[in-house]
Design a protein around this ligand. Structure first.
Ligand code: A2H
Length: 253
């Protein structure tokens, strides 16, 4: 971890019924996958959530009603930021593996796709954010390549028990225009750099470097309440709104 604290927005992705047997103890609670993002203004373009199949997660009580699924490490940090039923003490109702989360149906804030699914990503770090990542393949090279891998590799889907209908209907949703990169910047940069899979770490780091700064400084919103405004202006407004209506919380580490 760096010296500077990182300020994330935690997006509350609501787990839709029916809950699988593993989550049976959570019946009657409001259950969310809590995804850490630096780009809350991209939430219109969500196509899925990412979990690490071998990752360890838990369902933690945030208050009387809400339960967040995330890593224990994130739950501990949150408990020190006033997001735990018991002050400074994470309260885990169920221990989970990433495998248990694959295929969960989710309703996520601002997303044009009304239902999206939790899918496996192999490059998630468990010592960053919450271990849950929301996927925006229009603007995030990692998300674009991981979704591409699942779409073109039936054996990869089969290995993780991923049903076609959790993946195939979900196409890129254009949400931001970047000069020279267009409205599917992640796809363009991944193609320009000839990236073949989510495992090409160095090339993906370069792709992220190219898109991230340009998207933030020169991108224009194409959709939503702030369509036509610069990403830079829209980001804090969208973040504040999501927090105000209770669909996101601040998180730093
Ligand atoms: B970002 P930083 Cl559209 N492991 O959100 C791997 N990646 C993780 C993670 C983890 N444990 N936790 C969060 N992330 C991702 C949106 C997005 C993101 C867009 C474009 C770029 C982008 C949609 N995914 O990040 O190392 C999350 O993906 C580019 C860096 O703390 C989070 O924001 O700088 C970002 O990485 C945090 O990365």
């Amino acid at each position: 971890e760096g010296v500077q604290p990182q300020e994330y927005t935690l997006i509350k992705m609501e787990v839709l019924p029916p809950l699988p047997a593993k989550l049976g103890r959570l019946e009657g609670k409001k259950v969310f996958l809590a995804a850490a993002t630096l780009r809350p203004e991209t939430m219109y373009g969500q196509t899925n959530a990412w979990v690490l199949p071998d990752g360890k997660y838990g369902a933690f009580e945030i208050n009387e009603t809400d339960v967040f699924i995330l890593t224990e490490r994130a739950a501990l940090n949150l408990a020190y930021q006033n997001f735990s039923r018991f002050p400074q003490k994470p309260s885990c109702l169920v221990e989970l593996a990433g495998y248990d989360l694959i295929g969960l149906g989710l309703k996520s804030p601002l997303s044009f796709n009304e239902v999206i699914y939790a899918l496996p990503m192999l490059t998630i770090l468990t010592d960053k954010g919450t271990g849950i990542v929301t996927s925006v393949p229009s603007d995030a090279p990692d998300d674009y390549m991981a979704l591409h891998d699942l779409k073109v590799k039936p054996a990869f889907r089969a290995k993780y028990g991923v049903k076609d209908e959790w993946v195939m209907p979900f196409d890129i949703v254009p949400i931001i225009d970047i000069p020279e990169y267009g409205d599917r910047a992640a796809e363009k940069v991944c193609m320009d750099l000839k990236i073949k899979s989510q495992n090409e770490k160095e090339k993906l780091a370069e792709a992220k470097r190219l898109t991230y700064l340009r998207g933030f400084t020169e991108g224009t919103m194409l959709v939503g309440e702030f369509a036509g405004r610069k990403v830079q202006e829209a980001k804090p407004l969208i973040r504040a709104k999501l927090i105000e209506i209770g669909e996101a919380v601040m998180y730093s580490e």
